[in-house]
Design a binder for this molecule. Sequence first.
Ligand code: ADP
Ligand code: MG
Length: 362
Amino acid sequence: MITVHNLCKQYGELEVLKSLSTEIRKGEVVSVIGPSGCGKSTFLRCLNLLETPTAGDILINGESLLAKDAMVPKVRQRMNMVFQSFNLFAHLTVLENLTLGPIRLLGKSRQEADSHALELLRLVGLAEKADRFPDELSGGQKQRVAIARCLAMDPEIILFDEPTSALDPTMVREVLSVIRRLAKEGMTMVIVTHEMDFARDVSQRVFYMDEGGIYEQGTPEQIFESPQREKTRAFINRVRSYVCSLDSPDFDLYALNADLEAFCEKQILPRKTRHNLLLLVEELLQLHRPRLGSAPLNIQVSYSEKTEVLELQFEQRGPRFDPLEASDQEDDLGLILIRSFAEDISFAHEQGVNRLTLIVRK
Ligand code: ADP
Ligand code: MG
């Protein structure tokens, strides 16, 4: 139904979308997720021609929207958009908000427009608010009116740009229920959302946007359960990490410890976990001492908010060197300590890189 071909959008020097291509089928519900500023809104706004793409093409049922003779209002009617901030007309009643477009742009009679509008208000549970003004409604009600207004234009596709992010948590559910219902009725929808559980159960496909395009896409199971690419994984698991690289045996251990403590504090990790991490790093550095300076030693600490797992990784290029294997008698105590602070220890030597990964005990 919608084909997007090498879509590019630049604002001056800033390349927001870099050759994004995809297809969306009729009846499909696609959720778009990704970090803030990655171009999700820009993507929707280009689809809807609220922004003019710098290059590329967008086709609905084979017709180019960017062709010279394409009618912008017609495009917006076929592919209508619901915004985060509702955008209702404050000086019009709820009913008038719904009938304005159909009367002016679709040429419907007032009576026809009124009866369709009432039907739609019933669908979103707000028929009794028909004669109220937007200011008299709650945020959740306003957004439901905005959805009904969008439906009043008989769109083939609805684009939602974070429809619940301006709402109090108590009102999110009522809006999501309405969108769920539309999904059940087979409406084609593209939904930019931060509500991961919702994205997961409402959509057939999820786009994870990053680096100016669709960085990874798949079914909700694929994206939420087993994302394949690094940035998707970090986003899904909300991984935060601290990385440093030690080049010489004379590194500043105090500065490193201070950085690690600051990282733990930021993630609000319990004292005990923080303590375990610091001791682990210290013991591991002892074991790595003979090799320090031969190649940079990269230390990475990552914390996943979702799984609450704190992972520590030591990486160094060079011949195979498993510090836990190589240690001699003298370091036995170090080994015992390491085993008591870490619960899952794995070592690999691949493509000339030694990689030791440990999960820090809580
Ligand atoms: P998202 O919706 O994923 O948070 P946006 O699409 O709103 O991201 O923005 C993507 C990038 O484009 C951001 O860096 C933003 O500052 C920039 N941007 C968006 N709109 C404009 C504009 N009209 N002019 C200049 N820069 C813009
Ligand atoms: Mg946005």
